[in-house]
Design a protein around this ligand. Structure first.
Ligand code: OAD
Length: 263
Protein backbone atom coordinates (compact mmCIF):
# COMPACT_ATOMS: atom_id res chain seq x y z
CA UNK A 1 0.00 0.00 0.00
CA UNK A 2 1.38 3.39 -0.96
CA UNK A 3 -0.10 6.55 0.47
CA UNK A 4 -0.76 9.60 -1.66
CA UNK A 5 2.14 11.90 -2.31
CA UNK A 6 0.86 15.38 -2.95
CA UNK A 7 2.74 17.71 -5.24
CA UNK A 8 0.34 20.64 -5.46
CA UNK A 9 2.13 23.92 -4.84
CA UNK A 10 0.46 25.87 -2.05
CA UNK A 11 -1.17 29.12 -3.18
CA UNK A 12 1.37 31.87 -2.25
CA UNK A 13 -1.31 34.39 -1.26
CA UNK A 14 -2.80 31.90 1.22
CA UNK A 15 0.62 31.10 2.62
CA UNK A 16 1.11 34.85 3.16
CA UNK A 17 -2.27 34.99 4.91
CA UNK A 18 -1.34 32.06 7.16
CA UNK A 19 2.07 33.58 7.93
CA UNK A 20 0.38 36.86 8.88
CA UNK A 21 -1.62 35.00 11.54
CA UNK A 22 1.54 33.53 13.09
CA UNK A 23 2.40 36.52 15.24
CA UNK A 24 4.73 35.67 18.14
CA UNK A 25 1.89 36.19 20.64
CA UNK A 26 -0.41 33.84 18.72
CA UNK A 27 -1.74 30.90 20.73
CA UNK A 28 -1.82 28.15 18.16
CA UNK A 29 -3.55 24.79 18.46
CA UNK A 30 -2.79 22.22 15.78
CA UNK A 31 -4.80 19.07 15.16
CA UNK A 32 -3.17 16.53 12.88
CA UNK A 33 -4.50 13.43 11.16
CA UNK A 34 -3.17 10.68 8.96
CA UNK A 35 -2.39 13.05 6.06
CA UNK A 36 0.33 14.61 8.24
CA UNK A 37 2.30 11.37 8.05
CA UNK A 38 1.48 10.59 4.40
CA UNK A 39 4.73 12.22 3.26
CA UNK A 40 6.57 9.83 5.60
CA UNK A 41 5.06 6.89 3.71
CA UNK A 42 2.45 6.02 6.36
CA UNK A 43 -0.97 5.08 5.04
CA UNK A 44 -4.10 7.15 5.55
CA UNK A 45 -7.51 5.67 6.35
CA UNK A 46 -10.08 7.18 4.04
CA UNK A 47 -8.24 8.17 0.86
CA UNK A 48 -10.31 6.47 -1.82
CA UNK A 49 -7.65 4.46 -3.61
CA UNK A 50 -5.24 3.37 -0.93
CA UNK A 51 -6.65 4.32 2.49
CA UNK A 52 -6.75 1.41 4.95
CA UNK A 53 -10.53 1.62 5.25
CA UNK A 54 -10.87 1.48 1.46
CA UNK A 55 -9.19 -1.91 1.54
CA UNK A 56 -10.24 -3.37 4.87
CA UNK A 57 -13.39 -3.23 6.94
CA UNK A 58 -12.52 -1.44 10.20
CA UNK A 59 -14.93 -3.74 12.03
CA UNK A 60 -12.54 -6.62 11.24
CA UNK A 61 -9.41 -4.87 12.49
CA UNK A 62 -10.16 -1.97 14.80
CA UNK A 63 -12.72 -3.21 17.31
CA UNK A 64 -12.51 -5.16 20.54
CA UNK A 65 -14.89 -7.79 19.17
CA UNK A 66 -12.60 -8.36 16.16
CA UNK A 67 -9.65 -8.85 18.52
CA UNK A 68 -11.59 -11.32 20.67
CA UNK A 69 -12.77 -13.29 17.62
CA UNK A 70 -9.50 -13.22 15.63
CA UNK A 71 -6.64 -12.08 17.88
CA UNK A 72 -3.93 -13.28 15.50
CA UNK A 73 -5.41 -11.46 12.50
CA UNK A 74 -5.79 -8.20 14.40
CA UNK A 75 -2.38 -8.42 16.12
CA UNK A 76 -0.68 -9.24 12.81
CA UNK A 77 -2.22 -6.20 11.11
CA UNK A 78 -0.93 -3.93 13.86
CA UNK A 79 2.48 -5.61 13.70
CA UNK A 80 2.51 -4.83 9.98
CA UNK A 81 1.68 -1.20 10.66
CA UNK A 82 4.33 -1.06 13.40
CA UNK A 83 6.84 -2.34 10.91
CA UNK A 84 5.90 0.47 8.48
CA UNK A 85 6.38 3.02 11.25
CA UNK A 86 9.68 1.48 12.44
CA UNK A 87 11.04 2.16 8.96
CA UNK A 88 9.59 5.68 8.69
CA UNK A 89 11.08 9.04 9.62
CA UNK A 90 9.40 12.37 10.38
CA UNK A 91 8.80 14.50 7.29
CA UNK A 92 9.37 18.23 6.77
CA UNK A 93 5.90 18.95 8.09
CA UNK A 94 6.60 17.26 11.42
CA UNK A 95 9.99 19.00 11.67
CA UNK A 96 8.65 22.43 10.75
CA UNK A 97 5.97 22.22 13.43
CA UNK A 98 8.81 21.99 15.96
CA UNK A 99 10.49 25.05 14.39
CA UNK A 100 7.19 26.95 14.40
CA UNK A 101 6.72 26.20 18.09
CA UNK A 102 9.99 27.99 18.80
CA UNK A 103 8.60 31.19 17.25
CA UNK A 104 5.28 31.30 19.08
CA UNK A 105 4.28 32.01 22.63
CA UNK A 106 2.17 28.89 22.73
CA UNK A 107 1.66 25.90 20.46
CA UNK A 108 -0.43 22.93 21.55
CA UNK A 109 -0.18 19.88 19.34
CA UNK A 110 -3.07 17.44 19.29
CA UNK A 111 -2.87 14.39 17.05
CA UNK A 112 -5.13 11.57 16.00
CA UNK A 113 -2.05 9.75 14.75
CA UNK A 114 -0.72 6.80 16.66
CA UNK A 115 2.69 6.66 14.94
CA UNK A 116 4.73 8.84 17.32
CA UNK A 117 6.34 10.75 14.43
CA UNK A 118 5.66 14.15 16.02
CA UNK A 119 7.61 13.09 19.10
CA UNK A 120 10.36 11.63 16.92
CA UNK A 121 10.60 15.02 15.18
CA UNK A 122 11.10 16.72 18.56
CA UNK A 123 7.62 17.86 19.60
CA UNK A 124 7.13 17.53 23.36
CA UNK A 125 3.87 17.02 25.16
CA UNK A 126 1.88 15.81 22.18
CA UNK A 127 -1.76 15.11 23.03
CA UNK A 128 -2.35 11.67 21.50
CA UNK A 129 -6.12 11.33 21.20
CA UNK A 130 -6.05 7.82 19.75
CA UNK A 131 -3.13 6.35 21.70
CA UNK A 132 0.19 5.09 20.41
CA UNK A 133 0.52 1.99 18.27
CA UNK A 134 4.05 1.22 19.45
CA UNK A 135 2.84 0.66 23.03
CA UNK A 136 1.00 -2.48 24.09
CA UNK A 137 -1.36 -3.08 26.96
CA UNK A 138 -3.21 -6.01 28.48
CA UNK A 139 -6.52 -6.56 26.69
CA UNK A 140 -8.20 -7.36 30.02
CA UNK A 141 -6.57 -5.16 32.67
CA UNK A 142 -5.43 -2.36 30.29
CA UNK A 143 -2.10 -2.17 32.16
CA UNK A 144 0.80 -1.12 29.96
CA UNK A 145 3.28 -3.80 29.03
CA UNK A 146 6.70 -2.41 29.85
CA UNK A 147 8.87 -5.34 28.91
CA UNK A 148 8.63 -5.87 25.20
CA UNK A 149 10.52 -8.77 23.76
CA UNK A 150 11.19 -6.73 20.64
CA UNK A 151 13.74 -4.00 20.12
CA UNK A 152 13.70 -1.02 17.74
CA UNK A 153 16.17 -2.83 15.50
CA UNK A 154 14.12 -6.00 15.37
CA UNK A 155 11.27 -6.42 12.89
CA UNK A 156 7.68 -6.62 14.11
CA UNK A 157 6.51 -10.06 13.08
CA UNK A 158 2.98 -11.27 12.42
CA UNK A 159 1.54 -14.00 14.61
CA UNK A 160 -0.64 -14.44 17.68
CA UNK A 161 -0.51 -11.76 20.40
CA UNK A 162 1.79 -12.72 23.27
CA UNK A 163 0.44 -13.08 26.84
CA UNK A 164 0.25 -9.71 28.55
CA UNK A 165 1.78 -10.91 31.82
CA UNK A 166 -0.74 -8.82 33.78
CA UNK A 167 -3.64 -11.26 33.86
CA UNK A 168 -3.73 -15.05 33.51
CA UNK A 169 -5.89 -14.77 30.36
CA UNK A 170 -4.60 -11.37 29.24
CA UNK A 171 -3.15 -10.85 25.78
CA UNK A 172 -1.08 -7.97 24.47
CA UNK A 173 -3.01 -5.52 22.31
CA UNK A 174 -1.89 -2.20 20.83
CA UNK A 175 -2.58 0.87 22.97
CA UNK A 176 -4.84 2.49 20.38
CA UNK A 177 -8.44 3.55 20.66
CA UNK A 178 -10.65 1.14 18.75
CA UNK A 179 -14.11 1.95 17.43
CA UNK A 180 -16.57 1.82 20.30
CA UNK A 181 -13.89 2.63 22.91
CA UNK A 182 -13.53 5.87 24.85
CA UNK A 183 -10.66 8.28 24.50
CA UNK A 184 -8.46 8.97 27.51
CA UNK A 185 -10.46 11.58 29.50
CA UNK A 186 -7.23 13.40 30.30
CA UNK A 187 -6.15 13.67 26.66
CA UNK A 188 -9.52 14.82 25.33
CA UNK A 189 -9.93 17.32 28.15
CA UNK A 190 -6.54 18.86 27.34
CA UNK A 191 -7.50 19.01 23.66
CA UNK A 192 -10.80 20.72 24.48
CA UNK A 193 -9.05 23.30 26.67
CA UNK A 194 -6.46 24.00 23.97
CA UNK A 195 -9.26 24.43 21.41
CA UNK A 196 -11.25 26.80 23.61
CA UNK A 197 -8.23 28.97 24.39
CA UNK A 198 -6.43 29.51 21.11
CA UNK A 199 -6.25 32.34 18.59
CA UNK A 200 -5.62 30.07 15.61
CA UNK A 201 -6.70 26.47 15.13
CA UNK A 202 -4.93 24.61 12.34
CA UNK A 203 -6.45 21.37 11.08
CA UNK A 204 -3.89 19.38 9.09
CA UNK A 205 -4.33 16.17 7.12
CA UNK A 206 -7.54 14.97 8.69
CA UNK A 207 -10.81 14.11 6.97
CA UNK A 208 -12.59 15.69 9.96
CA UNK A 209 -15.15 12.92 10.23
CA UNK A 210 -14.12 11.07 13.39
CA UNK A 211 -15.51 12.36 16.66
CA UNK A 212 -14.73 13.82 19.07
CA UNK A 213 -11.62 15.10 17.25
CA UNK A 214 -13.71 16.59 14.43
CA UNK A 215 -15.57 18.85 16.85
CA UNK A 216 -12.41 20.51 18.20
CA UNK A 217 -12.11 22.94 15.27
CA UNK A 218 -15.75 23.96 15.67
CA UNK A 219 -15.22 24.45 19.37
CA UNK A 220 -12.26 26.71 18.63
CA UNK A 221 -14.32 28.70 16.13
CA UNK A 222 -17.20 29.11 18.55
CA UNK A 223 -14.70 30.55 21.05
CA UNK A 224 -13.50 33.14 18.56
CA UNK A 225 -10.45 31.46 17.02
CA UNK A 226 -9.53 31.67 13.37
CA UNK A 227 -9.72 28.19 11.82
CA UNK A 228 -7.44 27.12 8.98
CA UNK A 229 -7.19 23.82 7.12
CA UNK A 230 -4.25 22.26 5.29
CA UNK A 231 -5.52 19.40 3.18
CA UNK A 232 -5.38 18.65 -0.55
CA UNK A 233 -9.02 17.50 -0.39
CA UNK A 234 -12.21 19.17 0.74
CA UNK A 235 -13.56 17.96 4.10
CA UNK A 236 -16.74 18.60 6.08
CA UNK A 237 -14.76 21.24 8.01
CA UNK A 238 -13.79 23.20 4.88
CA UNK A 239 -17.03 25.19 4.73
CA UNK A 240 -16.42 26.47 8.27
CA UNK A 241 -12.79 27.49 7.75
CA UNK A 242 -11.47 31.03 7.57
CA UNK A 243 -8.49 29.94 5.49
CA UNK A 244 -7.91 26.81 3.39
CA UNK A 245 -4.65 25.64 1.87
CA UNK A 246 -5.23 22.90 -0.68
CA UNK A 247 -1.80 21.28 -0.62
CA UNK A 248 0.18 18.67 1.28
CA UNK A 249 1.46 19.31 4.77
CA UNK A 250 5.20 19.17 3.98
CA UNK A 251 5.00 21.53 1.01
CA UNK A 252 2.78 23.93 2.94
CA UNK A 253 5.11 24.07 5.93
CA UNK A 254 8.16 24.57 3.70
CA UNK A 255 6.43 27.54 2.07
CA UNK A 256 5.19 28.88 5.39
CA UNK A 257 8.59 28.74 7.09
CA UNK A 258 10.29 30.38 4.07
CA UNK A 259 7.76 33.20 4.26
CA UNK A 260 8.23 33.63 8.01
CA UNK A 261 12.03 33.54 7.60
CA UNK A 262 11.86 36.23 4.90
CA UNK A 263 10.05 38.65 7.25
P1 OAD B 1 -8.24 10.01 7.14
O1 OAD B 1 -7.61 8.93 6.35
O2 OAD B 1 -9.69 9.91 7.40
O3 OAD B 1 -7.99 11.41 6.43
C1 OAD B 1 -6.70 11.75 5.96
C2 OAD B 1 -6.78 13.12 5.32
O4 OAD B 1 -5.46 13.49 4.96
C3 OAD B 1 -7.64 13.19 4.07
O5 OAD B 1 -8.58 14.25 4.19
C4 OAD B 1 -6.63 13.49 2.94
O6 OAD B 1 -7.16 14.36 1.95
C5 OAD B 1 -5.51 14.17 3.71
N1 OAD B 1 -4.16 14.04 3.12
C6 OAD B 1 -3.66 13.07 2.33
N2 OAD B 1 -2.37 13.31 2.05
C7 OAD B 1 -2.04 14.48 2.66
C8 OAD B 1 -0.85 15.27 2.75
N3 OAD B 1 0.29 14.91 2.16
N4 OAD B 1 -0.89 16.41 3.49
C9 OAD B 1 -2.04 16.80 4.12
N5 OAD B 1 -3.18 16.09 4.06
C10 OAD B 1 -3.19 14.96 3.35
O7 OAD B 1 -7.40 10.13 8.50
P2 OAD B 1 -7.83 10.81 9.87
O8 OAD B 1 -8.69 11.99 9.65
O9 OAD B 1 -6.59 10.98 10.65
O10 OAD B 1 -8.55 6.18 14.17
O11 OAD B 1 -8.69 9.66 10.52
C11 OAD B 1 -9.17 9.81 11.83
C12 OAD B 1 -9.14 8.49 12.54
O12 OAD B 1 -9.86 7.51 11.78
C13 OAD B 1 -7.75 7.88 12.68
O13 OAD B 1 -7.06 8.38 13.80
C14 OAD B 1 -8.05 6.42 12.85
C15 OAD B 1 -9.15 6.26 11.82
O14 OAD B 1 -10.06 5.22 12.08
C16 OAD B 1 -7.87 5.33 14.99
O15 OAD B 1 -6.88 4.74 14.64
C17 OAD B 1 -8.46 5.19 16.34
Amino acid sequence: MMPHYINATPDPSRIMALAALMRPECRLTILTGAGMSADSGIGTFRDTEDGYWSQFDPRDLATKSAFLAHPERVWSWYQWRREQIRNATPNRGHLNIVALGERLQSLTLVTQNVDGLHQMAGSDEVIELHGNIMRSKCHLSHQFIREQKWHPDVAYLPGPPPPSGHHPDGLARPDVVWFGESLSPNQIEQAIQASCHCDLFLSIGTSSVVEPAATLALLAKSHGACVAEINPQETPLSARCDLIIRAGASDTFDALMSTLDAD
